[in-house]
Design a protein around this ligand. Structure first.
Ligand SMILES: Cc1cc2nc3c(=O)[nH]c(=O)nc-3n(C[C@H](O)[C@H](O)[C@H](O)COP(=O)(O)OP(=O)(O)OC[C@H]3O[C@@H](n4cnc5c(N)ncnc54)[C@H](O)[C@@H]3O)c2cc1C
Length: 474
């Protein structure tokens, strides 16, 4: 469809809706062709695609910061990324947006310094891992670092070849508990224990294998493409100055069509119009609405007519994983690893998933994911810092007195995001995906959880584009 046809189409849609509007809705103070809820990559891209096609859009963002899970902590030492950072070689939409909005990309460094492993209290150098008596994995597993056991099993036995294979009916046989499949492929109990120590979502017995296969397939395609493409194009990249610069530039392009601090509470639809209400009582009328918010937020909204069936179940029940991080800075450029002669970063099977020494910065980050993150989050931020520090000093006495607390950030505790990513319980991919982001009346769905082919930021962009095109093509 050409741009001109899209413009005609959207004009036509706008006209029809105006004819059908009720007196009550005409009286509403704000009017747009499409209201987009959520100012992350998905919502911003949906709004840009729509406005490129001539539509009048309004983006409603609940918080006072644009970008959602793209969040550069400008307020902290070395400005760490709290969310997305790595731009894959095949992230076409993200790269195009950076180019279009004048945001520079630069090569993505190896993010963390090398790791030493802690099994219980025992520190084991990577070079000693395969032979270590504390490595209780078996056979070929023994040569695989604990943090790579899961990706290693998945990439070795992944039956999927193409990006959309996971959506084909035949893939349902892999919509099973990841732990069962890993066991069937020979994973030992100890390997499973170590994999569970670092899972991002829930324990492997409660997570569907299928999305892991999708992401691994996508990653392998990117790695293969990178191997044959021009080096300048194919390198993994990051946004110069931080990922937030890109979402800010996208929002700047949209200008006053982006409204901050507008937490949506209700979506009411009739045959021809949508009314969106926000927490401060502002109302917006439109022909269509796109919900580019995680299901964990969407489930809090009043939607009329209500979602039904499997779609409603998906919105209500989809689990969200957690990542909770504590940031420390090394005092006066300290190098504790010179003291104990071990690698700077530390992977542990204990209460903190890992301590990553960030390359090229003074930062050391305690990262907790999955169930461990939720346990850690029961403490206030400063206590999380003290707890992680005590664990670090216990495992690596050489760090004692050499690092200081910078700040803590939990994705579960972000009021409108409430998790780092979506997840699926076994069986739910096959059950939810065919129904969960089908348009409901005038409501369309976007967000990384509605991905089809991509992952990460690029999947959010993909989803925004899909939702916009659904509206433009009727
Ligand atoms: C720790 C971490 C590391 C990551 N690393 C990478 C990486 O290196 N590379 C990569 O590609 N991806 C990465 N990702 C994933 C990437 O950040 C996400 O896939 C992507 O940013 C999601 O975008 P989104 O638009 O779908 O959702 P979000 O960014 O979550 O946007 C949703 C927006 O909706 C708003 N909202 C919610 N409820 C309402 C409401 N009621 N009214 C109005 N607004 C509302 C929220 O405030 C938020 O701004 C990472 C994510 C995390 C958490």
């Amino acid at each position: 469809m050409t741009l001109a046809t899209r413009r005609d189409l959207i004009k036509g849609l706008g006209g029809l809706a105006a004819v059908g509007a009720t007196a009550r809705l005409r009286a509403a103070p704000e009017r747009a062709d499409v209201v987009v809820i959520g100012g992350g990559f998905a919502g911003l891209n949906a709004a840009i695609v729509l406005s490129d096609a001539g539509a009048n859009v309004t983006v409603l963002e609940a918080g006072g910061r644009i970008g959602g899970r793209a969040y550069t902590a400008d307020q902290w030492t070395d400005r760490p990324e709290l969310g997305a950072s790595q731009i894959g070689p095949l992230y076409g939409r993200i790269r195009n947006a950076a180019d279009r909005f004048g945001v520079a990309l630069k090569p993505f460094p190896v993010q963390s310094e090398p790791f030493v492993f802690a099994i219980g209290d025992q520190l084991i150098a990577a070079s000693d891992w395969a032979q270590s008596p504390f490595n209780k994995t078996v056979g070929e597993e023994r040569g695989v670092p604990p943090s790579f056991l899961l990706p290693s099993y998945i990439s070795k036995h992944n039956p999927l070849k193409g990006s959309d294979d996971w959506l084909q009916p035949g893939a349902a046989e892999f919509d099973v508990a990841a732990a069962d499949w890993l066991r069937a492929h020979g994973a030992s109990n100890e390997a499973l224990r170590l994999m569970n120590a670092g899972v991002v979502a829930d324990e492997l017995s409660r997570v569907s294998l299928l999305t892991m296969l999708q992401e691994s397939t996508r990653l392998m395609i990117a790695i293969r493409a990178a191997a044959v493409a021009q080096p300048a194009v194919a390198k993994t990249a990051q946004v110069a100055g931080g990922t937030s610069r890109l979402t800010e530039a996208m929002a700047l392009h949209l200008g006053d069509r982006v409204r901050m601090n507008q937490a949506v509470t209700a979506i009411r639809m009739d045959r021809s119009t949508v009314e969106v209400a926000t927490v401060d009582g502002t109302r917006y009328n439109s022909d269509f609405v796109i919900a580019a918010v995680p299901f964990v937020s969407l489930r809090e909204l009043h939607i009329e007519p209500a979602l039904a069936g499997v779609q409603s179940e998906a919105v209500t029940r989809m689990p969200y994983a957690n990542t909770s991080q504590v940031f420390f800075a090394l005092k006066d450029g300290d190098d504790y690893w010179q003291q104990d002669g071990l690698a700077p970063s530390l992977w542990t099977d204990g209460e903190v998933s890992m301590f990553r020494k960030m390359t090229g910065t003074s930062l050391l980050v305690a990262v907790n994911t999955g169930p461990k993150a939720d346990v850690m989050d029961q403490l206030p931020a400063a206590e999380r810092g003290a707890r992680a520090l005590a664990e670090l000093e216990r495992l690596r006495p050489a760090t004692k007195g050499r690092v200081e607390f910078v700040g803590a950030h939990s994705w579960r505790q972000q009021p409108f995001i409430r998790g780092c990513r979506h997840s699926y319980a076994p069986g739910d991919v096959s059950r939810f995906v065919p129904a969960m982001f089908q348009p409901h009346e005038r409501l369309h769905f976007a967000g990384e959880h509605t991905r089809q082919l991509e992952m990460g930021m690029e999947s959010a962009m993909e989803s925004g584009e899909r939702a916009a095109v659904e509206i433009l093509t009727g």
